[in-house]
Design a protein around this ligand. Structure first.
Ligand code: AMP
Length: 502
């Protein structure tokens, strides 16, 4: 039985010691270098008498060094928490206040930034770590890691402005990645093109599927995500077979018709996406140019270890149809609950998506109140303690009994007496000619639906086009044209910034 994720790194380093493991913009390392350097970090941590089971903050710019620091932390019996180095100082301090780490791993160029923080603990400078050959004490610690021990804490934005640290165990990641590698037949012959920042849960799939299978992991330079043709050329040149990106990153390419310029036939085998709605109009462009690729829509919040449902695209969709999020992953149950906590199994009835299984987070770090409100007793089971996670997402079953995402519970509005899912308006608008990205928000003060859209179309014309798609009470009362939609740190449409424009 596998009790920790490090077995993957041990086994892959043994099987493919000299093959490429991680390739970033400036540096590349083999599987044996990856393991050795990680063990070097673990040794330094243990020599400082730090841990086990304590948080270690990784404060590094995106690079192979981040992953080595993650694994070094795990080998030392502790758990990692990455912090975005571009995050404002006040927010970093909020995270440090919650996490109370006694150790931060950083690099020389970021050392002075750490010194400016309200932080008194130890610091390891990545460049100062030496590779050593005697790992006896590290391997001894590894033996004692349980699958219920934490591997990482990822911070997500809380609605109150206080970040929440989602605690994920080794066991949840093992369960998820075993499923990913089996379901998508990932092997050593594959190579991943990583888009997700390492402080965003989508990166879990890239980091650990490559580690389990021995597939090379390319960290795509961030600047390429605003240059569609060079980005596609990069995928071709590096022979990337698998990508797992947020839909917004895929849309940048389909919107600018870059697929006409670079033929990825025979290179890209799988296009997986997760994190926000993928509009079929954009997916249809990808499917037209790359019909033989496997496309899969994964769905899930950080709290259930990246993803809990999936839909492998197996039929044609019109531009104005929603793409299903499908069915639960292995060892996971999805419960759609109505307002009285009764199970919904009928088609076409919306309810909250709740999750049961090993994928569940252990809760929010040092935040009992938020943990207790999101991770609750399974209302269908009153015989023994069993937690489910309430996602706050509204879904319904379609006629094929596939789950379809409708919107966030907080985006469900009452407008002129009608209950409206803003997501439904977005699905309709995103199918209109010329529109690539859009977002709908409700202006409570003016009781008005505001539509943000990346194409200049007068409101009357939009409403005319929407006539056949949604009822008139759902039509936007105001349209704001945004040539470039603001993106948040994870690469999704930034609703918080749009709200400021209402
Ligand atoms: P995060 O915790 O940052 O990964 O965000 C999770 C949230 O993103 C979910 O609760 C959903 O609201 C949204 N989300 C994730 N995947 C999808 C998807 N495939 N389709 C629609 N929304 C999604």
């Amino acid at each position: 039985m596998q009790t920790n994720v490090l077995h993957w790194l041990d086994n892959t380093a043994k099987r493919y010691p000299n093959e490429m493991a991680i390739i970033d913009e400036n540096y590349s390392m083999t599987w044996s270098q990856y393991r050795k350097k990680s063990l070097g970090i673990a040794k330094a941590i243990i020599e400082m008498n730090y841990g086990p089971k304590r948080p270690i903050v990784v404060y590094l710019d995106k690079s192979a060094a981040v992953l080595v620091s993650f694994m070094g932390t795990a080998y030392s019996g502790n758990f990692y928490s990455p912090i975005d180095t571009t995050m404002p100082k006040a927010r970093v301090e909020k995270i440090l206040e919650i996490l109370e780490p006694g150790l931060i791993i950083t690099s020389r160029n970021l050392f002075s930034a750490i010194k400016k923080l309200d932080y008194k603990g130890e610091i390891i400078v990545y460049e100062d770590i030496r590779c050593v050959d005697d790992f006896g004490d590290v391997l001894e610690i590894q033996e004692h890691i349980l699958d219920t021990d934490l591997l990482y804490v990822l911070f997500t934005s809380g609605s109150t402005g206080v970040p929440k640290g989602v605690c994920i165990s080794h066991g949840s990641v093992i369960d998820y990645i075993d499923w990913v590698v089996d379901t998508f037949s990932i092997s050593f012959d594959d190579s991943f093109g990583n888009q997700a920042p390492f402080y965003f849960d989508n990166s879990i799939l890239d980091i650990y599927s490559s580690m389990k299978s021995g597939a090379a992991l390319y960290l795509i330079p961030r600047k390429l995500f605003s240059q569609p043709v060079p980005l596609l050329n990069y995928l071709k040149e590096k022979e990337i077979s698998t990508i797992f990106w947020v839909p917004s990153a895929l849309i940048v390419i389909s919107k600018l018709k870059a697929l006409r310029n670079v033929d990825l036939t025979g290179t890209l085998k799988r296009i997986l996406f997760c994190g926000e709605v993928m509009p079929n109009k954009q997916l249809n462009i990808w499917r037209k140019f790359l019909p033989n690729v496997l496309y899969a829509n994964l769905y899930g919040p950080t709290e259930i270890t990246d993803a809990c449902t999936y839909y492998i695209v197996d039929r044609d969709f019109r531009d104005d149809e929603p793409l299903p999020i499908g069915k639960p992953m292995r060892n996971t149950e999805i419960m759609v609950l109505d307002e009285e906590n009764k199970l919904i199994s009928d088609e076409g009835k919306p309810g909250e998506l709740c999750v049961r299984g090993s994928c569940l987070s252990k809760g929010y770090y040092n935040n009992k109140e938020k943990t207790d409100s999101a991770f609750v007793q399974n209302p269908i089971n009153d015989s023994y303690p069993e937690k489910i996670y309430r996602t706050g997402d509204i879904v319904q079953y379609n006629e094929k009994h596939e789950l379809v995402y409708m919107s966030r519970k907080d985006y469900q509005i009452k407008h002129m007496g009608h209950r409206i899912e803003l997501g439904e308006i977005e699905t309709a608008v995103s199918s209109l000619e010329g529109v690539s990205q859009c977002c709908c928000l409700y202006d409570e003060q003016r009781c008005r639906i505001t539509l943000f859209i990346d194409k200049e179309i007068p409101k009357e014309e939009i409403n005319q086009m929407l006539m056949n798609l949604i009822p008139a009470y759902m039509f936007p009362g105001k349209v704001i044209v945004m040539r470039d939609m603001p993106m948040n740190a994870n690469g999704k449409i930034d609703r918080v910034r749009l709200k400021e424009l209402l």
